[in-house]
Design a protein around this ligand. Structure first.
Ligand SMILES: *Cc1c(COP(=O)(O)O)cnc(C)c1O
Length: 370
């Protein structure tokens, strides 16, 4: 028996009939872009997150990019302004910043949570800083009370990257409801995943929501009247219908992920492995269960031999990518250490008893050769 990192077929099989019915409904409607299904899902997801507006877009990267572009159209940020981002994030968070002609300023993570460190954010604020872009990495909310306090002290906007944290909650407030706006991804492997690409922005800001609705649609509210140089970046009717089905099951799936995380935390006891830490159980929705070890290559080899599939999130930090060669000289010691030490274990709401035990046994039998 092999344990998959994440088996999407098994995941979507759980509601196969409902998905097929929803798909048939859209086919029969004859309406495929910006219609009733997208409006319905937008309302459901806004209400789930506890915000006024949800604007469906084509993917998570566009959700972040379009929000920054909307703030530029609204005169809240200008070309060349600085955006504070975590050094150890997925590259999409950074691509959004540069795509909007803004400047990313990297900040190191907190040693324990691996989320962006508020103290380091404060140290990075300059005259040009306009936005903080915290990423709720691996599904755990960043320290939002501290980040919102900094934003108010220095008059900055906050754009959450919620691509990994659907439903994560602190003090009764969900991911997507903390910042001025938040970008979500519905990539199939995310906690709420479509059957293709998808994304959304959530916000309480009426003016921003209005601007985003135009920007995702060529910059137009009324056909052939273009207010902005927009994009074509919309959430399809079919994907909206799939997401409406899957959103109903998200709370149960989140609980199953949290239960698996508790099991891993309790059963893994290998001195060479550092387990992830959580302050508040509800603030982590376990998109990924990431352990840390200084012998990662050996651990991957051992787990592969045992039939346990793993992944690395992420092996090369954005500032070390060829795409950002002008930033390669930057030195972010903790970010660079993490990229060499982190390893993501199988995490899914549908891992069997046998599979989860196999993962634990494989990890606990790992020995470091002297
Ligand atoms: C997945 C992801 C994105 C991008 O979402 P896509 O829908 O794949 O474009 C952005 N940020 C983070 C942290 C992600 O994990």
């Amino acid at each position: 028996m092999k344990v998959d990192f994440l088996n999407l077929k098994r995941l979507n099989e759980q509601y196969e009939d409902e998905l097929k019915q929803a798909c048939a409904r859209v086919i029969e409607s004859g309406w495929y872009i910006l219609g009733a299904e997208t409006e319905k899902f937008e309302q459901e997801f806004a209400s789930y997150c506890g915000v006024k507006h949800c604007i469906g877009v084509a993917n998570g990267l566009d959700a972040l990019t379009l929000t920054l572009k909307a703030w530029r159209e609204l005169g809240k940020v200008n070309k060349g302004d600085e955006v504070i981002v975590p050094g150890n994030t997925y590259i999409a968070s950074v691509l959004a910043v540069t795509e909007a002609d803004l400047v990313p300023v990297f900040v190191e993570p907190d040693e324990v949570t691996h989320n962006i460190c508020p103290k380091a954010i404060e140290g990075a604020i300059s005259e040009k800083t306009k936005v903080i872009l915290p990423v709720h990495l691996y599904g755990q909310l960043a320290d939002m009370p501290a980040i919102m306090a900094l934003a108010s002290k220095y008059q900055l906007l906050v754009l959450e990257d919620s691509a990994q944290s659907h439903g994560a909650e602190l003090d009764g407030k969900k991911s997507g409801a903390w910042g001025n706006a938040s970008g979500f991804s519905f990539y199939p492997g995310k906690n709420l995943g479509a059957l293709g690409d998808g994304g959304a922005v959530t916000t309480d800001d009426d003016e921003l929501a209005e601007t985003l609705r135009a920007l995702r649609n060529y910059g137009s509210h009324i056909k052939y009247q273009n207010l902005y140089q927009g994009l074509n970046s919309r959430l399809d009717e079919i994907q909206s219908a799939m997401l409406s089905v899957k959103l109903k099951y998200l709370p149960a799936q989140t609980a199953a992920r949290q239960e698996l995380a508790v099991f891993y935390q309790r059963e893994i006891n290998n001195p060479h492995i550092t387990l992830p830490k959580v302050a508040e159980p509800q603030s982590h929705v376990w998109h990924l269960f990431v352990v840390r070890t200084s012998s990662r290559d050996a651990l991957v080899e051992h787990l592969t031999e045992c039939g346990v599939q793993t992944q690395v999130h992420y092996p090369i930090a954005p500032h070390k990518q060829q795409a950002y060669s002008e930033l390669n000289h930057l030195c972010l010691p903790l970010t660079e250490q993490l990229q060499d030490e982190v390893l993501s274990l199988p995490m899914s709401p549908y891992l069997s008893e046998q599979e989860r035990s196999k993962v634990v046994d494989a990890i606990n039998s790992f020995k470091v050769k002297e």
